[in-house]
Design a protein around this ligand. Structure first.
Ligand SMILES: Cc1cc2nc3c(=O)[nH]c(=O)nc-3n(C[C@H](O)[C@H](O)[C@H](O)COP(=O)(O)OP(=O)(O)OC[C@H]3O[C@@H](n4cnc5c(N)ncnc54)[C@H](O)[C@@H]3O)c2cc1C
Length: 481
């Protein structure tokens, strides 16, 4: 056990809150022996060892902003970002060390947004629920600051906000996500945010027989490809439900085999799924835009002749001043989520150099960081190393396939299952996040009227041209009209 210095109180972690039922920790090997496919290992995490026994000095506030000064004997933790990693981190720290920490969450967005649900929502009348960060702040007794971090001063233990305030901390966790960029100008880029409703126009075109070929193109670069597979498969199911059988659907990717990151067993099952859906998979294919915006495929410089193109965004890091970053702006981290050279700064999620940009992985790293912070705050626990296990739920139009793979590479992994091997109805699997979201979903009503839930009887979306967008339930091939 590490020496937690003056914070050490010899207590056990808090009991679980009533709403949260937290499953056991993963037993996968630690991530230090990462083995990843070459096309993914563009940016491997730094391996600089961290000194966990060092405690952040309490430095006086410089006056401009000081959160909860009356409770200043606690470890002040600032979480920058209210997305997947930030919410998981805040919930985990609160569960482990609520009485020993003072949490501040900084987010420019007042809501937690779950991009992972968008693929399903595209095919259904359900526009989903909005999760307020103010509810999270209530639950974890945090101060919520509505602003963006624009610079980190690690020496002064402070962050500068876009609005001009300075927030001081003992420990900082950067969970600011990645910047999303369109890879191909002429393709429909499915970002998972509100703009993704443009996909409904494509479905309407297919229904109207205006389009005979669609190519789903995984761009070369840093991305999370699974949503594109879902879109391709669910599109195929949708058009078959419309009795259209002359649509050509292609899926092109730099990956050697479909969803290769999940390992050979799962990849073979996804290959089978694509075959059955009538989707042509073309692997080890790098698409690039020509001067006129068309796509050509490498190797071979073959022009892609599909009428419609669908892609997903590629990611770049935020490159926050004061934080070490790689060439693409991703925050450099070690194998425990620490930022090398900045002993009190950690980072988790898509914005880091960890090569797999996925919500579940973001949560697992956030959990590992939370345990280290709990120890620093004085809680007696044995922090577990970061042991990434990739868990994916691939919506298939008739249900879902559950894929699980230990990141260092377990070639003998179990085959995909149609039965969910982990609890939670959410597509992002977080030890704390999933039960928290489930709790909000099953609450009788939103705690505040947000006005964003679309009732079941709401008419379907209409495109500007007045065409009715096709809406399908991802769990059934029936068309709702
Ligand atoms: C279409 C799509 C579908 C996906 N499906 C899945 C899935 O099924 N399962 C899965 O596990 N993953 C999925 N992912 C990936 C998953 O969404 C990401 O890996 C995950 O959201 C990363 O979490 P994060 O906290 O790093 O970033 P985000 O969730 O993007 O959160 C970043 C947060 O930081 C805030 N922020 C930004 N800049 C600043 C700043 N300067 N200061 C303070 N705060 C800031 C943002 O407002 C936001 O709250 C999907 C992604 C996409 C695009």
């Amino acid at each position: 056990m590490q020496d937690a210095g003056p914070y050490r109180q010899g207590i056990s972690p808090r009991g679980l809150g009533q709403r949260h039922r937290v499953p056991a920790r993963s037993s996968a090997p630690p991530c230090s022996a990462l083995f990843l496919p070459v096309w993914l290992v563009k940016f491997s995490p730094g391996q600089t060892p961290r000194c966990e026994t060092h405690l952040a000095p309490f430095i006086p506030s410089h006056g401009s902003f000081r959160a909860m000064s009356a409770r200043s004997q606690r470890l002040r933790i600032t979480v920058a970002g209210g997305g997947v990693a930030g919410v998981e981190l805040a919930l985990a720290v609160h569960d482990l060390a609520a009485d020993f920490v003072e949490l501040t969450i900084i987010s420019p967005d007042p809501a937690f947004r779950c991009r992972s649900l968008r693929t399903a929502q595209t095919f259904s009348a359900d526009h989903g629920r909005r999760y307020e960060l103010s509810d999270l702040a209530d639950d974890v007794e945090a101060q919520l600051v509505a602003d963006s971090v624009i610079a980190v001063d690690a020496e002064r233990h402070s962050v500068l906000l876009a609005g001009g305030d300075v927030v001081h901390h003992d420990c900082l966790v950067l969970a600011t996500g990645a910047r999303h960029r369109t890879a191909f100008r002429r393709a429909l880029t499915f970002t998972g945010d509100e703009s993704s409703s443009a996909f409904n126009d494509l479905l309407a075109d297919l229904e109207g027989h205006w389009t005979r070929s669609v190519a789903f193109v995984v761009p070369p670069g840093i991305t999370w490809p699974l949503p594109l597979y879902e879109l391709a498969i669910m599109t195929s199911v949708a058009v078959h439900g419309m009795a259209i059988d002359d649509l050509r659907i292609q899926l092109l990717s730099p990956e050697p085999t479909p969803l290769a990151v999940f390992g050979p067993t799962a990849s073979a099952a996804v290959t089978d799924l694509l075959d059955r859906a009538g989707i042509d998979f073309c692997g080890e294919t790098h698409a690039r835009a020509t001067a006129h915006g068309a796509l050509e495929l490498l190797p071979g410089a073959v022009r892609l002749d599909a009428e419609r193109l669908v892609t997903i965004p590629i990611m770049e890091g935020l490159r926050l001043p004061g934080v070490p970053a790689d060439a693409l702006g991703f925050t450099i981290i070690d194998d425990r989520g620490g930022v090398p050279g900045l002993p009190d700064v950690y980072a988790a999620g898509d914005g880091t150099t960890f090569p797999v940009k996925q919500g579940g992985i973001a949560c697992q790293l956030a959990d590992a960081i939370a345990e280290q912070l709990a120890v620093r705050a004085g809680v007696t626990i044995e922090p577990q190393p970061f042991r990434p296990v990739l868990r994916g739920r691939l919506l298939t139009g008739h249900g879902a396939q559950y894929l699980e793979h230990t990141i260092p590479g377990d070639a003998g992994a179990d085959p995909p299952s149609e039965v969910q091997p982990w609890s939670s109805s959410h597509k992002v699997h977080g030890r704390y996040l999933s039960p928290w979201l489930d709790g909000l979903d099953h609450a009788p009503a939103p705690r505040r009227p947000t006005g964003t839930i679309r009732p079941a009887h709401t008419p379907l979306d209409r495109s500007p041209a007045g065409r009715v967008a096709v809406a399908l339930d991802p769990y059934s091939p029936q068309v709702r009209r």
